[in-house]
Write a protein that binds this ligand. Structure first.
Ligand SMILES: [Zn+2]
Length: 510
C-alpha cells in the first residue's frame, strides 16, 4: 500500500509499458541521459506545464511570458558565470578506465580540505597582488567559489591548471580512495569539465562561432528584461516566466528522468525592490506548495530544505530546496532562490546595456537595479515525483492491482468510455456518440472496447484514469427508468454508480 515500497524499476517499467516514457533512441541501443515521452507522457507533461502556467502566470496580473531561443550569444553565458565556472571535476581510473566525478568519490569535507590545501599552497607561491585579491574575495565567497577562484586566478597567471591543482588531488585520491568499480587506487590527474553542450553557429567551426545549448532557461529572461520594460512599462514588482528545454552534459546521468542531459524547466524571474524581497519570497514559497497540492504530491513527501550560508551560491541571500522522497531517496525537486541583483548587474556589465529600472515620475537619480526572486521547477523531476507518489498497489475484488492515483487535474486521460459488449452495434454506436461529445467538450477521453470490462478497468487504472463510463443495455432503455443513464466507476474505490448522461460533464469537471 505504502508508496515507500515503490521501486524505481516499477516506475520505469510501467512508464515504458503504458507509453509514458521510453529510453531515447532505443532501437539504436539508446543514448545515455535522454528519454522520449510517449503519448501519455506528453499528455501528463502538458497538463503539468499548463497548470503551472496558469498558477504562476495567467492567474496573476504581474507576469510576462517569454519563449527565448535555446542558442544564445555566448557572452550571456560568460556574464552568468557558466563559461568560467559551470564545471565538474573529473578523474579517470587508470585500471578500469571508468571516469568518475571527484566530488562524488570523496565526501564533501575531504574535498574541501584538498581544495583548502591547494589554495594555501597557491597563496605561498602567488604574487602579492593576486594573493591580496584572492584573500579579499575569500571572505565573500563560499568554498565552492574559492575552488573556482583559485583556478580562475591560476588561469589568469597562465599557470598550467592540470599540472598544478590536479596532482594534489591525484595524490590524495591515490592515498585514500578506492575505485568504486574495480577497487584499485590508481587515479589519473583530475581535470575540469564544462557541463555545457558546445556547438558552432554558421559554416565555420572556430573560436568565433562557438555557442552553447542553454544550461538553464533563466538567461533567456534576463536578456529580455529591457524589452519587457520598453514594451509594457510594468511597475515593480513584476516577473517574467518561461517554460523550455535546457541541456547539461551530465557525467553520470542516472535515476531515470531525475538526472538527464536534456530536460525541461519552468522558471520565473520575479523583480522586486530590495526592501520587498522577503514578502515576495514567501509569496512564491506559498505558490510552490499550492502547486504541489494541485498536482497531487502528498504533503508528507515534500520537504523544505533551507540551504545554509556556506552552501548557497555566493550572491544568494536565501535559498530553499524543495526536496521529494523519490524511490531512490530524498532529493531535490524544485528550488526557490533570492538572487539579489547579481544577474541583471552581470548582464549589464558584460553587455554594456543599462538594465536599471526607473518608475514613471521618479527622478533619474532613483534608477536602480531590481533584485530577483527565482522559483525554478524541473518538468521531468516533477513528472517523476508524480508517477512515483501516484503508484499504488492495493487489493480490489480479492485481486492485487497496481494503479496510478493521479490527481484528475493532471491525469492524461480524464475518463474512458466503454461499450459493455464489442459485438453489439447499438451499444458501440451509443458509446461512440458519448465519447465524441466528451471529446468535443474538451475532456481528455479514451475509447476502449478491447477485452472484457475487468481487463479494461485494469488498463485504465494503470494509466491513472480517474473514471470509466460504461454504456450498457439500460443506457438504451432495457429498463425504461434507466434510459440514457450510464455507469461511472471510480478508480480508487472501484465503486460504481449510475448517472444520467446529461450529468456526466458536470461530474467529470467537479
Ligand atoms: Zn577502476
Amino acid at each position: 500500500m505504502s508508496t515507500k515500497e515503490t521501486t524505481l524499476e516499477e516506475i520505469v517499467s510501467l512508464a515504458k509499458r503504458r507509453g509514458f516514457v521510453y529510453p531515447g533512441s532505443e532501437i539504436y541501443g539508446g543514448l545515455a541521459g535522454t528519454f522520449d515521452y510517449g503519448p501519455l507522457g506528453v499528455a501528463l507533461k502538458n497538463n503539468v506545464k499548463n497548470l503551472w502556467w496558469k498558477m504562476f502566470v495567467t492567474d496573476r496580473e504581474d507576469m510576462y511570458g517569454v519563449d527565448a531561443a535555446i542558442l544564445m550569444n555566448p557572452k550571456a553565458w560568460e556574464a552568468s558565470g557558466h563559461v568560467g565556472g559551470f564545471t565538474d571535476p573529473l578523474v579517470d581510473c587508470l585500471s578500469c578506465k571508468k571516469r568518475q566525478r571527484v566530488d562524488q568519490l570523496v565526501d564533501e569535507k575531504q574535498y574541501k580540505e584538498v581544495i583548502k590545501q591547494v589554495r594555501e599552497r597557491f597563496l605561498d607561491t602567488g604574487s602579492e597582488d593576486v594573493k591580496k585579491q584572492l584573500e579579499e574575495k575569500a571572505v565573500k565567497y563560499d568554498d565552492k567559489e574559492i575552488d573556482w577562484l583559485v583556478i580562475k586566478e591560476l588561469a589568469l597567471k597562465e599557470v598550467d591548471l592540470e599540472n598544478y591543482v590536479g596532482p594534489h588531488v591525484q595524490k590524495f585520491l591515490n592515498k585514500l580512495v578506492s575505485c568504486p568499480v574495480c577497487g584499485k587506487k590508481e587515479w589519473g590527474v583530475p581535470r575540469k569539465f564544462n557541463m555545457m553542450f558546445k556547438t558552432y553557429v554558421g559554416a565555420t567551426e572556430d573560436e568565433n562561432s562557438v555557442s552553447y545549448l542553454r544550461p538553464e532557461t533563466a538567461g533567456g529572461m534576463f536578456v529580455n528584461f529591457k524589452n519587457i520594460i520598453d514594451s509594457f512599462h510594468p511597475k515593480l514588482p513584476f516577473g517574467m516566466a518561461q517554460i523550455g528545454k535546457a541541456f547539461r552534459n551530465e557525467i553520470a546521468p542516472r535515476d531515470f528522468v531525475f538526472r538527464v542531459r536534456e530536460f525541461e524547466q519552468m522558471e520565473v524571474e520575479y523583480f522586486v525592490r530590495p526592501a520587498d524581497w522577503e514578502k515576495s519570497f514567501e509569496e512564491w514559497q506559498g505558490t510552490m506548495h499550492a502547486f504541489a497540492d494541485a498536482i497531487g504530491l502528498p504533503k508528507a513527501q515534500v520537504h523544505e530544505l533551507e540551504v545554509a550560508d556556506g552552501d548557497r551560491a555566493h550572491y544568494s541571500k536565501r535559498t530553499i530546496d524543495f526536496e521529494f522522497d523519490y524511490p531512490f531517496g530524498r532529493k531535490e525537486l524544485w528550488g526557490l532562490a533570492y538572487r539579489t541583483d547579481f544577474d541583471l548587474k552581470a548582464h549589464s556589465e558584460t553587455s554594456k546595456v543599462d538594465l536599471n529600472y526607473l518608475e514613471d515620475g521618479e527622478k533619474a537619480e532613483d534608477r536602480f537595479t531590481p533584485h530577483v526572486i527565482e522559483p525554478s521547477l524541473g518538468v521531468d523531476r516533477t513528472v517523476l515525483a508524480i508517477l512515483a507518489s501516484a503508484y499504488t498497489v492495493d487489493e480490489l475484488g480479492g485481486e492485487e492491482r497496481s494503479y496510478l492515483k493521479l490527481a484528475p487535474a493532471i491525469a492524461p486521460v480524464r475518463v474512458a468510455v466503454f461499450p459493455l459488449l464489442k459485438n453489439k452495434p447499438e451499444l458501440v454506436a451509443k458509446a461512440r456518440e458519448i465519447y465524441m461529445d466528451l471529446k468535443k467538450a474538451g475532456v481528455a477521453c479514451m475509447f476502449d472496447d478491447n477485452g472484457n470490462i475487468g481487463k479494461r478497468y485494469r488498463r485504465q487504472d494503470e494509466i491513472g484514469t480517474p473514471h470509466c463510463v460504461t454504456i450498457d443495455f439500460d443506457t438504451l432503455g432495457e429498463h425504461p427508468e434507466h434510459k440514457n443513464t450510464v455507469t461511472i466507476r471510480d478508480r480508487d474505490t472501484g465503486a460504481q454508480e449510475r448517472i444520467a448522461i446529461s450529468e456526466l460533464l458536470e461530474k467529470l469537471r467537479s
